[in-house]
Design a protein around this ligand. Structure first.
Ligand SMILES: Cc1cc2nc3c(=O)[nH]c(=O)nc-3n(C[C@H](O)[C@H](O)[C@H](O)COP(=O)(O)OP(=O)(O)OC[C@H]3O[C@@H](n4cnc5c(N)ncnc54)[C@H](O)[C@@H]3O)c2cc1C
Length: 415
């Protein structure tokens, strides 16, 4: 057994648990869940396959919603994150070259900013540092979950660490091991969804002029094209295009790539300079049939994936983590078994439907805008006109995009 250095915390003293819950995957979602359980009285282990520095080096960046910022503030990591990320105060939404843009401003919501943009390491490293300081959290990294055996009273997990296979026993297993979750597959949970006809190109540029803390979402018929501000006057480009086109674009030399980029971006920010590599990601919509089974819960991409339009995926996962932490903490305080299906169902009924709404919203956005069929073009231009002219609808859309619709986890109300 791995580290049985303090007494088991089982309700039933005849059973020996090494931990109350084990989290497979120490990405941003797994670590957010663990951190939100600091001081909960639950003994937590996070098992992450990649070495810490490798996990943090992922060349991704994300739009981070206001609610996600509040969750990080409630956990106590926001002060470390905030200086390393950019914020945006304006969002401009346009339908290709159609001149009537929809402009969202902070005055629409009455907030100081509309959202943030963070590189992967700016979120992951503070969370890694945080869990290492928490007395009730063990962080096994690098260590890989190999097999999981579910029993009525607990879960036995085989993991590989330091070249050895070890076994730990826990009340609850949480899968935070990403879209291809081995834990979800091994538990036989089916998923529904589809691969999109588009891939997503991600690149980083430095424009000649200031980005002015503005986020742009431009809907071309080939797919959505987003420009998000980053620190150091850099911008993150998230550019969706049909597979073959995306593959051809990413293979262009730097000069040709920048010319294509400028054609879609426009010349409003002057000359663009490429900074860093560019990547292509496949894009899929996926929802797990169940988020929970007895002694198992899924969070983040292990439970659902969506189109990157609107930057929702990571933010949904952060809300899953905060919601699950709240449900488990309360159940533990009441003396309930946190692996019991009745407890876990509270989490599923909170998050599954909310996530489905977002999956539907991103899918609708992509289908309605990646389209040149005249009746659809007319309908969406009317939709944009309504967004511009009817303030309650504009505020509703903005709240949906910034995570302020839906049930707020208590941790986000702490500060
Ligand atoms: C092109 C693109 C752009 C995006 N932009 C945005 C955006 O702007 N905003 C946004 O909110 N979302 C965005 N997303 C979605 C976002 O990237 C994901 O939702 C998010 O990264 C999921 O995080 P996760 O922690 O659930 O999974 P992952 O980041 O995949 O983490 C899973 C972790 O589990 C570990 N692991 C896997 N198997 C095991 C095992 N057996 N044992 C131990 N550890 C294991 C892995 O090493 C990894 O660290 C985007 C996605 C794409 C593709």
């Amino acid at each position: 057994m791995v580290r049985l250095d303090s007494p088991p915390t089982s309700l039933n003293l005849s059973l020996a648990y090494d931990y109350d819950l084990a989290i497979a995957g120490g990405g941003i979602i797994g670590l957010t869940l663990a951190s939100a359980l600091n001081n909960s009285g639950l003994k937590v282990v996070v098992i992450e396959a990649k070495p810490q520095s490798v996990a943090a080096a992922k060349g991704q960046a994300y739009a981070v919603h206001l609610l996600s910022g509040r969750i990080f503030a409630g956990i106590g990591v926001w002060d470390e994150i905030l200086p390393q990320i950019a914020h945006f105060c304006h969002v401009q939404l346009t339908d290709a070259d159609y001149p009537q843009a929809v402009n969202f401003e902070t005055t629409d919501l009455g907030t100081e900013v509309l959202g943030y943009v963070a590189e992967h390491q700016a979120l992951l490293k503070p969370l890694q540092n945080f869990v290492k300081e928490c007395e009730n959290i063990s962080y096994l990294c690098p260590a890989e979950v190999l097999e999981t055996h579910y029993q009525a009273s607990g879960v036995e997990i085989s993991l590989q660490m330091d070249g050895e296979v070890k076994t730990i026993r826990t009340r609850l297993m949480v899968a935070a091991d990403g879209a291809k979750s081995r834990t979800r597959q091994a538990a036989g949970i089916n998923t529904r969804g589809w691969q999109y006809w588009q891939s997503c190109i991600v690149a980083f540029v430095k424009p000649e002029k200031g980005h002015n803390n503005t986020a742009y979402e431009k809907f071309w018929s080939s797919g959505p094209f987003a420009v998000l501000p980053l620190p150091g006057n850099r911008c993150r480009i998230v550019w969706t295009a049909p597979h073959a086109e995306a593959k051809a674009i990413v293979a262009l030399n730097d000069e040709e790539f920048l010319a294509e980029l400028t054609r879609r971006y426009g010349a409003q920010m002057g000359k663009l300079e490429l900074v860093g590599d560019r990547f292509v990601f496949p894009v899929q919509l996926m929802q797990s049939d169940r988020y929970v089974l007895p002694r198992l819960a899924l969070v983040g991409d292990a439970a659902h994936c969506c189109h990157p339009v609107g930057g929702q995926g990571l933010n949904m996962g952060i809300r899953d983590a905060a919601a699950l932490a709240q449900v488990l903490h309360k159940a533990h305080e009441k003396g309930e078994d946190i692996g019991d299906l009745a407890v876990l169902k509270r989490y599923e009924s909170w998050r599954k439907r909310e996530n489905l709404t977002i999956l539907g919203f991103t899918d609708l956005l992509d289908r309605v805008f990646s389209n040149n069929f005249l009746p659809i073009v007319i309908v969406r231009r009317i939709g944009l006109l309504i967004l511009r002219r009817v303030p309650p609808i504009k505020v509703f859309a903005l709240k949906l995009m910034t995570g302020l619709k839906g049930r707020t986890p208590e941790i986000a109300q702490k500060v």
